[in-house]
Ligand binder design. Structure first.
Ligand code: NOJ
Length: 567
């Protein structure tokens, strides 16, 4: 076994280690749904401070906060009205400082979300742009264009927004502005030096306040080629398939000039500030974002998009570790976040048989397996196998936590939470739901405030009803219930995260051949064996002592859909 990694990664050394992020277990907090300390139905900054002990006990290396900035909440806070402040409903900058200190004192790092592609339409600059004339400096901070048609009454192009509906909105003087997401999220013009300087100021503002790293929202959208004539949506779709930087809207090579500038700023700090790109790009293009000359790390959503399948998992891990090796970045792994159906639910839905389908059919089938179609059809409980989903989720998480690289966890997955499907249309908040009636159910089901206790108003989330309705079944999965149950998912996460520290001293993994195609077996340099059984029947384990398994072994064998770690 290598030198005691526990002492290598003690809080003090972690604080000074410039590589702390490479193998970190990072926990994503969606602040408005984490813990409500001031009884207004919305989670807040003081609520996070109040739960630092819980986070520490969970065994995390870092906490990532989704946006907590002033926002009209047209997109859950991803519509930022002021980048260098705290939403007054969530607290103050002094509360933020207190929270950051508590997180650091507990030996954890703090990552915040930066949303550079677009602001809120309530941002002072956008309000100024609306009041200003065509062609003014105020309009040049965003992307304004004249429309088509005799009187400019048609949008400049037929582009659709990511959330559905058109991506251009007309303003009273007839011009149109671009928004790749909701109309309340106007895109910035990153050709404008003022925007670049302002984001440098924002990054410095939070870095000076002790923030250790940044998660960069839609990192692949900032720079655009909007030279006329604008291509059609169909042409853009074709260019998208080329994955060569020629798409006018997404993943352009020039975007890395911005991140090179950010890197210079990050490296002024000790330890250097870190960043992880949220860039939904082809695997072949991901390394550019993860470059040490740029953001340094990029989310890898490959496991998140895969079925619970041995072959798929093996090939994803092999490819991504090879890529990490080649680029010098460490790989990232993630199963759940605030944008997708929780993995316990995805894994409990009926498999869609895609064999025999053409490419388009396969694509649709893959989509229907992400859980959205199920939710839209009413989230029929008889189709969801809750137990199976959770069992697979526990196995998958233990597989992930044993991999080299950083693991990103999403609040509530440590409780084994399922997606909440029972949200009435009138209570939904996600713009994807409103802009896509009948096509997209939206992401509210994974953003429902956490159940901390089995009883009381809002299951211990706060003293008043939560901003999104919580289902009855939360009582059975509340943190307080799981805390004392040694077999709970919460205690599985705690134990796995504690043991994982033993694996953080190196970044190697070797596959061990086995004859069962439904079993994956790898070994880490410290001698630990990790075995995941994706199949439906129990399998024998290799020699060794089992230190943790996702479900109890049966007569020494690893049951179906389970993972074991052996020393
Ligand atoms: C990605 C974020 O994760 C998502 O929640 C948000 O809606 C979009 N970017 C737009 O900011």
């Amino acid at each position: 076994m290598s030198a005691s990694p526990l002492s290598v990664l003690s809080p003090d050394t972690l604080a000074a280690d410039p590589n702390w992020w490479r193998q970190a277990a990072v926990y994503q907090i969606y602040p408005r749904s984490f813990y409500d300390a001031n009884a207004d139905g919305l989670g807040d900054i003081l609520g996070i401070t109040a739960k630092v002990a819980y986070l520490k006990e969970l065994g995390l290396d870092a906490v990532w906060l989704s946006p907590f900035y002033p926002s009209e909440l047209a997109d859950g806070g991803y519509d930022v009205a002021d980048y260098r402040n705290v939403d007054p409903r969530l607290g103050t900058l002094a509360d933020f400082d207190e929270m950051a200190a508590a997180i650091h004192d507990a030996g954890m790092k703090l990552i915040v979300d930066i949303v550079p592609n677009h602001s809120s339409d309530q941002h002072a600059w956008f309000q100024e742009a609306l009041a200003a004339e065509k062609g003014s400096a105020a309009r040049a901070r965003y992307i304004f264009r004249d429309g088509q048609g005799a009187n400019g009454e048609l949008p400049p192009s037929d582009w659709g927004s990511v959330f559905g509906g058109p991506s251009w909105t007309q303003v009273p003087d007839g011009q149109w502005y671009l928004h790749l997401f909701a109309s309340e999220q106007p895109d910035f013009n990153w050709d404008n030096r003022e925007i670049r300087d302002d984001f440098l100021k924002t990054l410095r503002f939070w870095s000076d306040r002790g923030v250790d790293g940044f998660r960069i929202d839609v990192a692949h959208a900032l720079t655009k080629d909007l030279s006329e004539p604008l291509p059609s949506q169909a042409q853009i779709r074709e260019l998208e398939k080329l994955n060569n930087g020629s798409n006018p809207l997404w993943d352009r090579d020039e975007v890395h000039e911005i991140y090179a500038e950010w890197r210079t700023l990050f490296n002024e700090y000790n330890p250097p500030r870190t960043a992880v790109a949220e860039a939904w790009v082809d695997q072949s293009r991901r390394a550019r974002y993860a470059s040490t000359k740029g953001l340094g790390q990029a989310f890898n959503f490959d496991l998140l998009m895969a079925d619970f399948d041995a072959k798929a998992f093996a090939s994803i891990v092999t490819k991504n570790l090879a890529e990490a090796d080649a680029t010098g970045a460490s790989s990232t792994w993630v199963f759940s976040n605030h944008d997708v159906v929780r993995h316990a639910t995805r894994y409990g839905l009926p498999a869609v048989v895609a064999e025999g389908l053409d490419e388009e059919g396969k694509e649709q089938a893959a989509k229907s397996q992400d859980g959205k179609a199920w939710l839209l059809a009413g989230g029929n409980e008889s189709e969801l196998d809750r137990e199976l989903g959770l069992r697979r989720a526990r196995a998958a998480t233990m597989f992930m936590l044993a991999l080299p690289g950083s693991a990103y966890l999403y609040q509530g997955e440590e409780l084994g939470l399922h997606e909440v499907s029972e949200i009435a249309p009138a209570e939904r908040q996600d713009p994807a739901f409103f802009r896509n009636a009948g096509i997209e159910v939206g992401r509210d089901g994974c953003r429902v405030p956490l159940p901390w206790t089995a009883e009381s108003t809002s299951f211990g989330f706060g003293d008043v009803p939560a901003h999104l309705p919580q289902p009855e079944w939360f009582a059975g999965v509340a943190a307080s219930v799981q805390d004392t149950d040694p077999t709970s998912t919460l205690n599985l996460y705690r134990k796995a995260l504690e043991l994982r520290r033993e694996l953080q001293a190196d970044e190697e993994l070797s596959w061990v051949e086995n004859t069962n195609p439904e079993v994956l077996h790898f070994v880490r340099p410290n001698g630990w064996n990790v075995v995941t059984n994706f199949g439906a029947t129990a399998v024998e384990l290799p020699a060794g002592t089992v230190v943790l398994s996702s479900v109890p072994l049966v007569d020494g064998a690893l049951p179906a859909e389970a993972t074991a770690w052996l020393v």
